[in-house]
Design a protein around this ligand. Structure first.
Ligand SMILES: [Zn+2]
Length: 395
């Protein structure tokens, strides 16, 4: 089923689609740079690949032992306005990105005031560092140099801040590492998943998010949602088991992309990419095609939104709440119908799964009206204990 027909079948009018549509703000780099509040230095241990080790490996522990070595490095840790999460870069990479920032600002500046105006200390510090290596350049000269710069398309820390603004709860990430290297665990993922695999991002049970050689492009927002979804999943252990049942009942009929079939964890994150996608039609298509999985997922999201700590701007809360309401009104009935069908005429294993999911839906929506508001007693979140057996949510 394509997106358009899924939207038509969902019977959704244009105004409803518009209420769920996310239109990201376009902000000037100079404005965003003011949101880096201060930077400190520290030493951080990174795992790096040992040259010449190719595998194959017996298991993940064998890979870690034979293919990686710890290396201590000086890093810069940036605080950012509006979020509890810290952005971490190796010192050398931070300096090179400062050069890119300076070139981009000079190439696009309309007045000197924009460049030297009311900056926060961190941005001033970074500009001073860049200025030490760059002579005064005209906008034309800056554009020419920028076009030749190896890192011209890399995301800057302050641009990451704008992406964090869009997450339902940015504090699920404790630190975001902007890295100028490939994922050292790619070798393991290639052995266990796909020989040509290259990670764009990964997230760890401790809340660290790793972004590898990340450029400004259309995939970045989706990748961030994918990794955020992994963190959400780690906070809903009981519901995630119900999601396993939902996957087993539905995966033969629909998966948004085959990466979802790698594990339940990846299935959860890939479905999340669709449900939280800026394009409301992507949400509607997934919800229409996978009503059971989407309902379970959106009920967990609803609770996350209700329990938000307020750390992080969550700019699109209204649109996400509109999607939750749509789920309760239009997707939940479809999910129930499909589950009742499995319960009545499915295989014995399907019947058991369907009954478990139905019971969960009954409990999770018992004190919910169709406006999406939640009862007082049902939002005790089963905080998952991270076993750590899945090393990275790599993709
Ligand atoms: Zn993943």
């Amino acid at each position: 089923m394509n997106q358009e027909s899924a939207v038509r079948n969902a019977g959704v009018d244009d105004a409803t689609v518009a209420s769920m549509q996310i239109n990201p703000r376009d902000e000037l780099l100079a404005t965003l740079s003011k949101r880096l509040l201060g930077c400190s230095s520290a030493s951080e241990t990174f795992m790096e690949p040992l040259p010449g080790v190719e595998g194959p490996f017996q298991d993940y522990n064998d890979f870690r032992a034979r293919a990686l070595k710890p290396v201590d490095e000086l890093v810069r840790i940036c605080e950012c306005d509006g979020h509890a999460v810290k952005i971490v870069l190796r010192e050398g990479y931070a300096c090179r990105l400062a050069e890119v920032r300076e070139l981009r600002l000079r190439a696009g500046q309309s007045s000197l005031n924009e460049l030297v105006g009311d900056r926060m200390p961190a941005a001033k510090q970074q500009e001073a560092e860049a200025g030490a290596t760059l002579p005064a350049l005209s906008p034309e000269e800056a554009r020419a140099r920028l076009s030749q710069h190896e890192l011209r398309n890399r995301i800057l820390p302050e641009e990451l801040v704008a992406l964090l603004d869009a997450l339902p709860e940015s504090s699920y990430f404790s630190r975001v590492f902007l890295l100028d290297e490939a994922n050292p665990e790619d070798l393991w993922v290639r052995q266990t998943y796909n020989p040509g695999f290259v990670s764009a991002a990964a997230t760890l049970p401790n809340g660290d998010l790793l972004l590898f050689r990340t450029e400004r492009n259309e995939f970045l927002r989706v990748n961030l949602i994918h990794e955020w979804a992994h963190q959400l999943q780690r906070r809903c252990e009981a519901e995630f088991k119900i999601f396993h049942d939902a996957v087993e009942l539905g995966w033969r009929f629909y998966v948004p992309n085959t990466y979802a079939l790698r594990s339940y964890e990846e299935h959860w994150a890939v479905i999340g990419e669709e449900l939280l996608h800026v394009d409301a039609r992507r949400f509607l298509a997934a919800a229409g095609s996978a009503p059971i999985r989407s309902t379970v997922w959106m009920l967990v999201l609803r609770r996350a939104l209700a329990k938000s700590t307020g750390c992080g701007l969550n700019l699109y809360r209204d649109q996400l709440n509109a999607r939750v309401i749509h789920t309760l009104q239009h997707v939940l009935p479809k999910a129930r119908q499909a589950l009742e069908s499995f319960a009545q005429s499915g295989e014995p294993e399907q019947q058991g799964r369907a009954l478990r999911v139905l019971q969960f839906l009954e409990q999770a929506t018992a004190s919910t009206d169709k406006t999406g508001s939640t009862g007082s007693g049902q939002d005790s979140l089963a905080v998952g204990t991270d076993s750590g057996h899945t090393p990275v949510g790599a993709r």
